[in-house]
Ligand binder design. Structure first.
Ligand code: F6P
Length: 345
């Protein structure tokens, strides 16, 4: 078979490991010809491919990013885009496509499948870990580890200066990165999109903590999508939208640090971890998960399991309908939030 791959949406550690696994098994076990479309759906629309073989993927297991590029192109936002996808796949002689992406990229894969325009298998990627139907996406573990490394470092400087350090992390509308890194990093408080926060409560918790000790410091982890329950308190929203209609988040950390300092008098600073969370080498866990997903994806192609996504459930790699994975976002569970809350204040 001729099997194509694409990586779409925000990049994330482990993408190359998925490509490498698909190519290794596809070429060696199935005798496939493998190609990558460049820059996600953009490369499909414009018919831009590069050949991928075992040699081309050599040395990429520990490498962050994606060697075939990524973009947030949405074929359903381009005139005649979906039809163009079909034409382009036919022109390239592609029998099947493996789409490696998050909610948006896989949402397109799902629609193309439903519209009968492409034979696609999905692989769940995103540092945000917000895809339903899989317990984990690859890239999440690495992002959390990067945040925890930063928080560990911030503890010592916060303590030396008796400051409040507000750490803004990614995650869009799901608080997984914030909650996991807050628990692992021993944060004083974790603010997530799922739970609008009361700024008075945040300040009271900080006062309680600082006033009962002679010298103290606090780390507040805030997810970029967290919002105050009183909408008028902090304004951070940017109105710019991407091709999938997402607003560009960011700014809550700075706004929150300013507000905390003003209300409590404690010197406060914001640290925005930003794209550092997506860069660099994947953790061992993500390398293994990516490799397992890649192998399962090429197997799914050969089983004709189109319209399906490979997923992690109870430690096993399974197949689930793309529809189930992209229907609604997976948010932080109440159980995990309650664990984090025990350590607030
Ligand atoms: O979806 C991954 C993610 O890193 C989000 O956490 C974040 O909101 C967004 O992408 C940032 O996108 P961009 O790289 O386009 O600024």
């Amino acid at each position: 078979m001729k099997v194509a791959m694409l990586t779409g949406g925000g990049d994330c550690p482990g993408l190359n490991a998925v490509l490498r696994a698909i190519v290794r098994k596809g070429q060696n076990d199935y005798g496939d010809e493998l190609v990558g479309f460049l820059d996600g759906w953009r490369g499909v629309l414009e018919g831009e491919t590069m050949p991928l073989d075992v040699e081309a993927l050599r040395g990429t297991l520990p490498r962050g990013g994606t060697i075939i590029g990524s973009s947030r192109t949405n074929p359903y936002k381009v005139d005649g885009g979906p039809e163009q996808v079909r034409t382009s796949l036919e022109a390239a002689g592609v029998d099947a496509l493996i789409a490696i992406g998050g909610e948006d990229t896989l949402g397109v894969a799902q629609r193309l499948t439903a519209d009968g325009l492409a034979k696609v298998v999905g692989v769940p990627k995103t540092i945000d870990n917000d895809l339903s139907a899989t317990e984990l996406t690859f890239g999440f573990d690495t992002a959390v580890q990067i945040c925890v490394d930063a928080i560990d470092r911030l503890h010592t400087t916060a303590e030396s200066h008796d400051r409040v350090l507000v750490v803004e992390v990614m995650g869009r509308h799901a608080g997984h990165i914030a909650l996991w890194s807050g628990i692992a990093g021993g944060a004083t408080m974790v603010l997530i999109p799922e739970r609008p926060f009361d700024i008075d409560e945040v300040c009271n918790a900080l006062r309680h903590r600082h006033e009962n000790r002679s010298r103290y410091a606090s780390i507040v982890v805030v997810s970029e999508g967290a919002t105050p329950s009183d909408a008028g308190v902090l304004t951070t929203q940017n109105s710019e939208l991407d091709a999938f209609g997402h607003v560009r988040l960011g700014g809550i950390g700075d706004a929150l640090a300013r507000e905390i300092e003003q209300r409590t008098g404690y010197e406060s600073r914001a640290v925005v971890l930003g794209h550092v969370q997506r860069g660099g080498t994947p953790t061992a866990f993500d390398r293994v998960l990516s490799t397992r997903f890649g192998v399962a994806a090429i197997d799914a192609v050969h089983d004709g399991a189109f319209g399906q996504m490979v997923a992690l459930r109870a430690g096993e790699i399974v197949r689930v309908p793309l529809e189930e994975a992209t229907g609604e976002l997976k948010l932080v569970s109440d159980d995990l939030y309650d664990v984090a809350r025990i350590f607030f204040g």
